[in-house]
Design a protein around this ligand. Structure first.
Ligand code: ADP
Ligand code: ZN
Length: 728
């Protein structure tokens, strides 16, 4: 049992207010446990806090204020406090901000919320109708189980007013019941599949790791469709059997619906869900059931890592290479790395599943820090698609056309065979650039350094950096020439227009995140496509992420060179991952697939590696290059982002820091910059970045902290430290 503090003793309470230490309070009447969620006075306010340890004292005890009350929630476990401290120290995040991540439960500690439920009552209605009989029959069929008004009415096929009428006669009883009902139990053996020999071997390795109940990380690598999900669900099953909870992180909320259905088929009931699309009431329920150990499995976004699991045994990070695992605002953390940290503190297993690992994970597996399991072939008859380059230098294409004759012929062939083609372009909107043919000006965002992207579907120009949008103007904002604005370059919407012109009879579906208002609309579209309701799919990155389209046999990448143009050291890795992922969409079922990459540089080493599929060679070459440059994962990097409304003072601060680098030099680290940050202006604030490079073993965090402490931020200047930045 956790340490207990008697009434009146001093306790240190960490609050979610931006103060960077625990404050001393007297334990309330009845005392409190270490880790208890409490309400404390702070100035004139009452705020949420957690009892973090004994008080420091050293002042007049009579002046100490008391904890107001202990909230009705399970105390935070020691291991969770340790996790927050370690994660905070790693990311150089104030503890108050870490605590906010771990207290995202709506109504934490409030009395249980109640709702009305209905069951068969004792009374006899004076007058019976067909509808009334149906309600009573439905209630009788439910046995003792109570339903909500809506559920009962739906079960009986009547309106809710019929049920209410029966309540007034006493034939249906109305009761209050706590809203936070438990989750249905999952059955580890419910819908188990017969695995292939390869899959069996991998599943058995994961199961035995799970049984050991110690920490370990496994990189589960396998081409798209090889059954990685089936395999890691076996690890989940083993966690369930041993009475431990499992967390599965997905990179994209849009994927959860499909995944939930799959989990339900495998374990006979739905798991808990935790992401921004979940209602407050449901989140409250999930939080509570997770803390009680009742919720056995959680599917979630990265923030689910901070749920109060009671006995977490397994964390799966699906599509572990996905950049969306890095939170880029507020607390800058990478959920993949934090999953490994959390698991290592509690003796849990981590499974990193991917077809294309990030170089960091590849290197960890290579160094023997992670176990490596590989599924080499696709399930069933499906084989990896044949990959070929279309050399755009020798294709005849009129201006403002992007579908080459070779690609056109391939699509036509698939249409004749009743199969689907996917045309991939990683650009949302209609055209990436809008410029005036009279004065040559491009339309830019008023708040950022980004160009405005035309979205014809929305009839607006949109900034992809800050989200600002405005109607498409008729006259040029610079020279006021009329009707001279021209779209330049292709986006997904423009490509759809071209495809429709080239294939007038084709049914075309566009998959781009901004075309769907809700996850449900997107899901409906995905289902339509999967059922064969489209001949040509035009899609952005969204399609690369794990949807199953059985009729899809051709993938055409419109611009394979797109990702290679930046100066980012990760460009090769990203392009390789994306191209492999997208190509993997073709030919999942019995039909062999084909992937065609339109490129102006078929000799480029990355393009050649993509085409040959020689992954090990690609990773080894990338690793050599990074090692030579002392870059991650062979060296350490941190970004320091300075921002403010006035560009000069932001640069001045950056230069000041760059000159005063003694704390960094002490650990042999180097400073680069200041330079405009990858996103140089956001919402009217200028952003400047300094990059710090250190050796692998150097105490980077403490040096950074000393370095940053040399400056006081005046006025509207801000500083954020980004450990292990995504782009460099
Ligand atoms: P991945 O996660 O590697 O992309 P999945 O686990 O999604 O692969 O498997 C691809 C498809 O093949 C899914 O529809 C899955 O249900 C099916 N599948 C894979 N392995 C088996 C198996 N052993 N038995 C039945 N179906 C399987
Ligand atoms: Zn903008």
């Amino acid at each position: 049992m956790a340490t207990f503090f008697e009434e009146g003793t001093l306790v240190g309470v960490l609050t979610t207010q931006p103060l960077d230490r625990a404050l001393d309070y007297k334990a309330p009447e009845g005392g409190c446990h270490l880790g208890a969620f409490v309400e404390v006075p702070l100035g004139p306010r009452k705020v949420l806090g957690v009892v973090w340890g004994a008080g420091k004292g050293g002042f007049d005890l009579a002046k100490a204020r008391s904890v107001i009350r202990v909230l009705d929630a399970a105390p935070m476990r020691d291991e969770m406090r340790e996790f927050l401290e370690r994660a905070g120290a790693y990311t150089l995040t104030p503890m108050s901000a870490m605590l906010r991540l771990a207290t995202r439960a709506p109504g934490l500690g409030d009395p249980p919320s109640m709702r009305k439920v209905y069951r068969l009552g004792e009374g006899e209605p004076a007058r019976m109708t067909d509808a009334r009989t149906r309600v009573l029959d439905a209630a009788r069929e439910m046995g003792g189980l109570a339903l909500t008004l809506k559920e009962l009415a739906e079960a009986a096929g009547v309106t809710t007013s019929v049920v209410k009428g029966l309540v007034s006669t006493g034939a249906i009883a109305e009761e209050q019941s706590p809203r936070d009902t438990p989750f249905a139990l999952l059955d580890a053996d419910y819908g188990s599949k017969t695995l292939t020999p390869d899959q069996t071997e991998a599943a058995e390795a994961l199961r035995s790791a799970q049984r050991a109940q110690t920490y370990g990380t496994t990189l589960l690598k396998g081409v798209t469709g090889s059954g990685k999900t089936e395999v890691y669900l076996e690890a989940v099953a083993e966690a369930l059997r041993t009475g431990r909870q499992a967390l599965v992180l997905l990179p994209e909320i849009a994927l959860t619906a499909e995944f939930l259905t799959r989990v339900e088929a495998r374990f006979g009931a739905k798991p808990a869900e935790w992401h921004s699309g979940v209602t407050l009431t449901e989140r409250r329920r999930v939080w509570k059931m997770v803390a009680q150990g009742q919720a056995q499995m959680v599917i979630g976004a990265r923030s689910a890592l901070f749920l109060p699991f009671q006995r977490l045994g397994l964390i799966v990070v699906d599509e572990e290479h996905d950049t969306s695992y890095k939170q880029e605002e507020g607390v800058l953390y990478n959920a993949r790395d934090m999953a490994v940290l959390r698991a290592s503190l509690i003796g849990a297993q981590v499974v990193l599943a991917t077809a294309t690992p990030c170089l960091e994970s590849w290197a960890n597996a290579d160094a023997g820090k992670y176990q490596r399991l590989t599924l080499t072939s696709r399930f069933g008859e499906a084989v990896m698609p044949e990959m070929r380059a279309i050399d755009m230098r020798s294709e005849e294409l009129p201006a403002n056309r992007w579908i080459s004759p070779s690609l056109q012929r391939a699509v036509a062939k698939r249409m004749e065979a009743g199969q689907q083609s996917l045309l991939f372009i990683n650009r949302r909107g209609y055209a990436p650039v809008t410029l005036c043919r009279a004065c040559g000006q491009q339309i830019g965002c008023d708040h950022c350094d980004a160009r405005m992207v035309e979205h014809r579907f929305l009839k607006r120009l949109v900034c992809h950096q800050c989200g600002e949008s405005k109607p498409i103007p008729d006259v040029c904002p610079s020279c006021e020439a009329e009707d001279r604005l021209a779209a330049v370059g292709p986006g997904v919407e423009r490509l759809a227009e071209e495809a429709q012109a080239v294939f007038p009879d084709a049914r075309i579906a566009v998959l781009s995140s901004d075309l769907y208002g809700t996850a449900r609309e997107l899901k409906a579209q995905i289902e339509t496509i999967a059922a064969g309701g489209a001949d040509i799919i035009i899609g952005t990155q969204l399609v690369a992420k794990g949807h199953n389209f059985p009729l899809l046999t051709l993938v055409g990448v419109i611009d394979a060179d797109l990702g290679l143009q930046g100066s980012d050291l990760r460009a090769a890795e990203r392009t390789f991952q994306l191209m492999r992922q997208v190509s993997g969409r073709a030919g999942r079922a019995e039909q062999p697939g084909e992937a065609l990459l339109q490129t102006f540089q078929p000799e480029h080493p990355v393009i050649r590696a993509i085409l040959s599929g020689d992954e090990e060679a690609f990773w080894a070459a990338e690793a050599d290059e990074r090692r030579a440059a002392g870059m991650p994962p062979y060296g350490r990097l941190a970004g320091v982002i300075l921002s403010g409304p006035d560009v000069q003072s932001v640069f001045d601060l950056g230069n000041h820091l760059a000159r005063n680098d003694a704390p960094l030099r002490r650990i042999g680290a180097q400073v680069y910059g200041p330079a405009p940050a990858p996103i140089a202006r956001v919402r009217g604030r200028h952003r400047v970045r300094l990059l710090v490079k250190a050796d692998k073993g150097a105490p980077l965090q403490s040096a950074l902290a000393d370095w940053a402490a040399q400056v006081t931020l005046k006025g509207d200047l801000r500083m954020a430290i980004d450990i292990d930045p995504q782009s460099f």
